[in-house]
Design a protein around this ligand. Structure first.
Ligand SMILES: Nc1ncnc2c1ncn2[C@@H]1O[C@H](COP(=O)(O)OP(=O)(O)O)[C@@H](O)[C@H]1O
Ligand SMILES: [Mg+2]
Length: 399
């Protein structure tokens, strides 16, 4: 990281230990020789920051900087003028529906695809001009699992470690650490083909950590996993970030996943970033509008009651969660009172009605006029963001 590369100020730079591959940091002035000690194996070494060079691995505390990035496939623009930065050490979420352009951005940042416009630096290196340097500093878990079924977990990890020219001793130690991280030491010498999808994905994630990357790209890492494996992978992502300080850029189409894991979230739709902020700030975009969501419990819920609610003009979507619970999204004043009136007219026994906090789903709907998930109700969703007086938070429990 360069705090200021033009003045005689200290530069914080990365040091990759030639013996064990551990990455440490050291400060110094340009031209100043420094002794550094590897925190992992204790190796001492001398480094000099060249005068006038920007011997950096990121700028302004950012691990990734993207400016006007673009990718066109013929006439079709998959990524359209995307600019954002990812801070060192954060988990950054790229959230959007299928086809939004998430994987295309990841592929460009990982130097697997060439941008047709704009620029980006990853770990301080230009993705077009310094692609080898970029690759040294990153790990990628792509949408497709890269694993050899006939090889054991350890053999798979070793194979990828060899690509980074890690000496055998260090590589074996690193593999043991990684297997321990995912609590899979027992299965180290079993063939991958005998593993469940969740176990395979755990090995697939640590495979991307063999070279101790500063930045880890995870493209839809929980796609196709059962709930328990999904929870394990999410927990692993948190641990990698907290324990190793690894910067993580995660793509997902699952709003809740981005909400629970990511410090900041960029919402992407049709190749464009439509909003970027913390989850809490994104939700504030919806508060202060007429958009609301309610959870309602009706003990004698019947289809005719739901049809009657759906016919109300301000009801945008209605989802039945279970035999007695509904989630209704609305746009308009006094929705709370009007829903209660409608239900009572239909002899519904309303046990509870709660005004829900906005979710990222509401944010997406507010920004794009569309649901991010599959269609959830028969009612068409009205288009475009809306503005209006602040929404009220009310809970009614009728016994
Ligand atoms: N190699 C390609 N050639 C043509 N179109 C592509 C190619 N790769 C991706 N696309 C298109 O670009 C859009 C974005 O794709 P992608 O980045 O994979 O979306 P996401 O990961 O958000 O689901 C999609 O419409 C997809 O069909
Ligand atoms: Mg994708």
């Amino acid at each position: 990281m360069t705090e200021n590369s033009t003045q005689a100020m200290k530069i914080t730079n990365n040091f990759k230990c030639p013996r064990c591959g551990t990455i440490g940091t050291y400060d110094g002035l340009p031209g100043e020789p420094r002794m550094v000690t590897c925190a992992s194996c204790g190796l001492n070494g001398r480094v000099t920051i060249a005068k006038g060079t920007i011997s950096t691995n990121s700028t302004n505390g950012n691990a990734i900087e993207i400016a006007h990035l673009k990718k066109a496939f013929g006439d079709f623009t998959a990524v359209d003028d995307v600019s954002f930065s990812v801070k060192k050490g954060e988990i950054f979420g790229l959230l959007g529906p299928n086809g939004a352009g998430k994987s295309t951005i990841i592929r460009m940042l990982c130097t697997l695809s060439t941008p047709t416009g704009g620029s980006a630096t990853v770990a301080g290196y230009d993705i077009k001009k310094q692609d080898n340097k970029v690759r040294e500093h990153i790990g990628l878990v792509s949408e497709k699992m890269i694993m050899y079924d006939e090889l054991t977990a350890r053999e798979n990890l070793k194979l990828f470690g060899k690509l980074y020219n890690l000496p055998d001793h260090n590589l074996n130690k690193r593999i043991d650490e990684l297997l321990n991280l995912v609590r899979m030491e027992k299965w180290a010498d079993q063939r991958i083909k005998t593993f469940s999808t969740g176990m395979k994905q755990r090995i697939n994630v640590i495979r991307a950590l063999v070279n101790q990357p500063e930045i880890l790209f995870l493209d839809e890492p929980t796609l196709g996993l059962d709930p328990q494996s999904t929870a394990e992978i999410r927990e692993l992502i948190r641990r990698i970030n907290v324990e190793n300080g690894t910067t993580i850029i995660l793509t997902t189409h699952i709003m809740g996943e981005a909400d629970m894991l990511c410090k900041r979230i960029g919402i992407i739709d049709h190749g464009k970033i439509v909003a970027l902020d913390t989850s809490a700030n994104l939700k504030k975009l919806v508060s202060g509008t007429d958009n609301s969501a309610f959870q309602i419990e009706v003990s004698n819920l019947e289809p005719r009651m739901m049809s009657s609610l759906q016919s109300l003009g301000f009801v945008k979507s209605l989802v039945q969660e279970d035999p007695t619970h509904l989630i209704i999204r609305t746009n308009g004043n006094d929705a709370f009172d009007k829903i209660i009136d409608n239900l009572r007219t239909n002899d519904a026994k309303v046990m509870m009605m709660k005004n829900l906090e906005p979710s990222l789903e509401d944010v997406f709907l507010h920004l794009t006029g569309r649901e991010a998930r599959e269609k959830v109700s028969e009612n068409p969703v009205s288009s475009g963001p809306r503005h209006g007086p602040g929404r009220r938070r009310r809970v009614a429990r009728v016994r």
